[in-house]
Each structure stands twice: as structure tokens, then as C-alpha cells.
Design a protein around this ligand. Structure first.
Ligand code: G3H
Length: 550
């Protein structure tokens, strides 16, 4: 431990994984739950314009909310894994609907597609409360955050439409260079496969497949095991607003559904948000990897660096929200804190007080910040990380170390060292390590040598220190935040990273370009017949590709 830093554990470094105080936060019985429990139509898929229901191998969708009297999860519907055969039907439908620009959607002008998308966005917005309620019950997101996931998604679609119209307008012109006259239009790549993670099951699917759809591709969306039900109310809207086969919706395991689709070699682009190891396994299965366009977003270990002259109130506020928002289950969550030794004691005290003042409870309760975890294995994993860190010299420096079933307090562990699992593993949950440093090079090296590279934040005002961190880390992460929290938004900015954290950019303008090919139709100007015929095609409305050039 660093010299002179006194660390006290208010819980005596003891874990209580059967915490009765937390048990009391759950409803006693199902009858005690005043919040309406959804009962969505279950086991739905969308293939070739038809909403398909099948319950042959259905399993119950368990909410992370349990009831005290029997420790049972509240059930909110049924889920069925799509079969490999259904995945192949979806692929055939998507290929038919794409048809290399011969079919309704793929040959439609971008501006026309925007009209369909506007109709869809309007209808989606009307379902905000229904979808938010499913998100809240299925993945345990607070009701406020669940609603904001839906409204943010609708706003994203509207931005994508605006960007698509601007792209279409910007391409409606001739370009001429060195005797070549041409028009360049972004045309679809073909069939796009998109998969989202459980923490943003709706929003992060839409951030990839909406630009793909707008550009005229056919898409297959695969929903995660936790977080499929919020998609169910949307399927009828897709069927209403888009031609059959343009969009398919599948559930199913990544390996079986995505693996078998990628293994056909008939997927032209894939957008995958998940872990690096699953991504590596999936992409390796592509028979023609050189043809597969990949957009990937993976794990992260975002660090916050607290400089000696940091305003600790600002740093604590920002770190606390970065640690607790959706219980730390965000790729941009703060997953490691580095504090200068001169500020360590004061920082830990303030951070501990802040975290301990946050309300734990059910996701519908007003003001609640920490909610039940939806992944079965997560509480056990959090316990394992804490026990490992305690054995290797850390202390629980706040009122942490407690859990009951799916509800865990957030534990702050200090001082962290490199022998601990939590030093390098992405916890993606309610536990945060704090390391102390004397030389700024230590946190810089930690971030620079990490296999991840999403974002980092630095707190302080010394120009030399800030410049040093900015210059060293800008080559290792996709975004560096100064006295500000790590986050994806605002969604118009590029969201990307390096290393195992990201490949490609998740935002509307970049998405439109990623899922399309800037295609030139060109001729030589030294023969006037060439120019004449190209301009006649443009003016005559005979082509779906060459038109509108002024
Ligand atoms: O989980 C990864 C998300 O893309 C993070 O987005 O910073 O808006 O929560 P967020």
C-alpha cells in the first residue's frame, strides 16, 4: 500500500451475499407489485414480412426482479431461440429482397426510403412507454433510463433520415476531373447482419441497422437473450412500413444463428456489439473474410485519472455517475480509477459517501440508481472479483460488499494492483477498483498497454499534465474527456475506439457510408457522344442510379 494513506473499510472487508437489508428492497409477493407487469406477445420473429410465433422450445423470460417470499423471478413472457433453419429462411428472404437493386426497397430512391423510415419512426414513438416498460422489466434498467433509451433511438432515426437526405442531395451533381465525368452515389452493400448487446438491446441494434436499411440494404437483426422482448412490439411496425424481406428479426444464440449465417459467406456486412472473443470466433467462420465488412464494438476498461489539482467534487460526481449508471453495465462505464496519492484519502472518502448515498431498489422507484442485475452469473462474478482483490491487498472502502439474489451494492476496492483480476478484466457491473499513483506515467502506461481502447477521462486543470495525458492517450482511445464523464453521446459525434474496443464508427452519418459503396458511373469527356448519352440518362428519368445531377 502507498505510504501514509490510511484506508478504513466500514464493512471490515466482509462480504454479505445474503444481505437481508437488500432482500427487503424486493417486493414481498407478486401482489405487492403495484407497477404493471407486462405480458408481451412472446416468441416472435419476423421473416419475409411475416411475424412468426412459435413456442416449441420456449423458455420463460425472467425479470431480474424477484419476490421475497419465494425468491422467484417475476416472469414477463416467453422466449424461443430461433433455429438454424429459420436463420436460413431469413437469409433467403433478405437476399430476395435485396436482389442487387432489382427489388422494391433496394432500387427505391434514398429520399423515398426516408419517407418509409419517417412513418416507422412516428409509429415507434407511439410505442415508447410499452417498449420502455419491457426494457425496465427485462433488463432492470431504471424506468427513466429505459424511456430515454427509446426516445434516444427515435431521435437517432430522425438524425439518420436528415443525414440521408443530405447525402442524397450532395450526390445529385456531376463531378469532373482530368477528362472524366461522373456521378457518384452510395449504393447498398447487400445483406447486413446486426446484433445488439443486453445493455442497450434496442438502441444499439438501431444505431447499426437503421443506416443500413436507409441505404437500401436488407437486414437481419439478431436480438440478445436478455433484451429480446422490447423488440416484440416493433415487429408489426417493420412489417407495415418496409417491403417483405427487407428486415428480418431473429432471436437465438450468437454461435448458432450468427455463426451459421456468417458461415454461409452470403452476409455482406456485419455489425456486432459484444465481446472480443465472440467476435473473433464469429468472424473467423466467414469463408470469404476479405469480403465481409465488419463494424464491431467490444469490451472496454475506461479509466478516470485524478490529477493532484483536480476539483474532487467534479471528479467524484462524474466518476460516481460513470460507475453506477445502469449498475456499471455500459461499455463507457468507469472501470478503473487512478488517483494521485496526495488526493487519495480525500477522494476515497468523498467517493464512498457519494456512492453510499445512492438509492438501491426496484427499477420503477423514483430516484433509484442501483437496480437488480439481469445476467444470472453476474452477482457470482462480482463476488469472485471482490474476494480475489481482498486476498491480494485491497479493501472495500465504502458500504459495499453486499448482495441478495440479483441486487448488489456497488463496492469500491482500493488500492488496486496488477495481480488482481479486476485490474485487467472488464467487470461490467457494480464494483470499481481504485489505484494510487505518484508518477503520472503509471496511469498513462496502464491505459496505453491495455488491450482495450474506448475512452478515458482526466480530472484536473494543470495545463502540462492535461497536455501530457491528451498527447499520450489520444493514440490509445477513441475519446478523451477532460473534467467530463465518458459517454457515447451526443450521438452525432463519432463513437469509436481502438484495440479490442471498437472497429468502425457508430453514428448516423458514418453508418450511412459504412453500409454502402460510393459507386461511380463515369465516362470520358473527349467524345461528346459520351457526355450526351450520360446526360440524357440523367435527364430522362430512365435510371435509378443516375438521376438528379444538375
Ligand atoms: O454500452 C455501451 C454504450 O454504447 C455506451 O453508451 O455512454 O450512451 O451509455 P452510453
Amino acid at each position: 500500500m502507498a505510504q501514509g494513506i490510511s484506508i478504513k473499510s466500514p464493512v471490515g472487508d466482509k462480504l454479505d451475499w445474503d444481505c437481508q437489508e437488500l432482500k427487503a428492497k424486493f417486493p414481498k409477493t407478486k401482489d405487492d407489485i403495484k407497477e404493471p407487469i407486462p405480458s408481451p406477445e412472446s416468441c416472435l420473429l419476423l421473416i419475409d414480412g411475416k411475424v412468426v410465433k412459435s413456442e416449441k422450445t420456449a423458455t420463460e423470460v425472467e425479470s431480474p426482479v424477484i419476490t421475497q417470499d419465494d425468491n422467484k423471478h417475476v416472469i414477463i413472457g416467453k422466449f424461443e431461440m430461433a433455429s438454424e433453419a429459420q436463420a436460413m429462411q431469413a437469409l433467403e428472404a433478405a437476399q430476395r429482397a435485396y436482389g442487387y437493386g432489382r427489388e422494391e426497397w433496394s432500387k427505391m430512391k434514398l429520399e423515398e426510403r426516408c419517407k418509409h423510415m419517417e412513418g416507422f419512426a412516428n409509429d415507434l414513438e407511439k410505442k415508447t412507454d410499452e417498449i420502455a416498460q419491457l426494457l425496465m422489466w427485462e433488463i432492470g434498467k431504471t424506468s427513466k433510463d429505459a424511456k430515454s433509451e427509446v426516445t434516444r433511438t427515435v431521435a437517432y432515426i430522425q438524425t439518420a433520415i436528415k443525414e440521408a437526405k443530405a447525402l442524397s442531395e450532395s450526390e445529385s451533381k456531376w463531378e469532373e476531373e482530368k477528362g472524366i465525368l461522373c456521378q457518384i452515389r452510395h449504393l447498398p452493400v447487400g445483406v447486413v447482419l446486426a446484433s445488439s448487446p443486453f445493455n442497450y438491446p434496442l438502441n444499439e441494434a438501431y444505431t447499426t441497422f437503421i443506416p443500413a436499411l436507409l441505404m437500401g440494404n436488407s437486414v437481419i437483426v439478431r436480438a440478445p437473450r436478455n433484451g429480446a422482448t422490447p423488440h416484440f412490439p416493433t415487429l408489426e411496425l417493420f412489417a407495415k412500413h418496409f417491403p417483405a424481406g427487407t428486415i428480418q428479426f431473429l432471436t437465438g444464440s450468437g454461435r448458432e444463428v450468427m455463426g451459421s449465417l456468417i458461415g454461409t459467406g452470403k452476409i455482406d456486412a456485419v455489425a456486432f456489439i459484444g465481446t472480443a472473443s465472440s467476435a473473433a470466433g464469429l468472424f473467423k467462420g466467414a469463408p470469404n473474410p476479405q469480403k465481409l465488412r465488419v463494424m464491431y464494438e467490444g469490451e472496454a476498461k475506461d479509466s478516470a485519472i485524478i490529477l493532484p489539482d483536480a476539483d474532487l467534487d467534479v471528479a467524484v460526481e462524474s466518476c460516481a455517475s460513470g460507475m453506477t449508471s445502469f449498475n456499471g453495465q455500459r461499455c463507457t462505464a468507469i472501470k478503473m480509477i487512478w488517483v494521485h496519492e496526495s488526493k487519495a484519502e480525500e477522494f476515497l472518502k468523498k467517493l464512498g459517501e457519494k456512492i453510499d448515498s445512492m438509492q438501491l431498489g426496484m427499477p420503477w422507484e423514483e430516484g433509484v440508481k442501483i437496480t437488480p442485475l439481469c445476467e444470472d452469473t453476474k452477482p457470482g462474478y462480482i463476488k469472485e472479483l471482490i474476494e480475489d482483490a481482498l486476498k491480494k491487498g485491497a479493501h472495500i472502502v465504502n458500504n459495499g460488499g453486499k448482495c441478495y439474489a440479483t441486487l448488489c451494492t456497488l463496492s469500491i476496492l482500493a488500492p488496486a494492483n496488477k495481480d488482481m483480476k479486476i485490474w485487467s478484466e472488464e467487470q461490467f457491473g457494480p464494483v470499481t477498483p481504485v489505484a494510487f499513483y505518484t508518477d503520472l506515467q503509471e496511469p498513462i502506461d496502464y491505459v496505453a498497454k491495455s488491450e482495450y481502447g474506448l475512452q478515458a477521462s482526466v480530472y484536473g486543470y494543470d495545463e502540462d499534465d492535461i497536455a501530457k495525458v491528451v498527447d499520450a492517450l489520444s493514440y490509445h482511445v477513441g475519446r478523451l474527456n477532460i473534467n467530463a464523464p465518458d459517454q457515447r453521446g451526443p450521438d452525432v459525434f463519432p463513437f469509436t475506439g481502438r484495440g479490442n474496443s471498437a472497429l468502425g464508427i457508430l453514428n448516423a452519418p458514418e453508418g450511412l457510408k459504412f453500409f454502402s459503396v460510393p459507386t461511380m458511373v463515369a465516362t470520358k469527356t473527349d467524345d461528346e457522344r459520351n457526355v450526351k448519352v450520360l446526360k440524357a440518362v440523367n435527364a430522362g428519368g430512365k435510371s435509378q442510379v443516375v438521376f438528379g445531377a444538375k
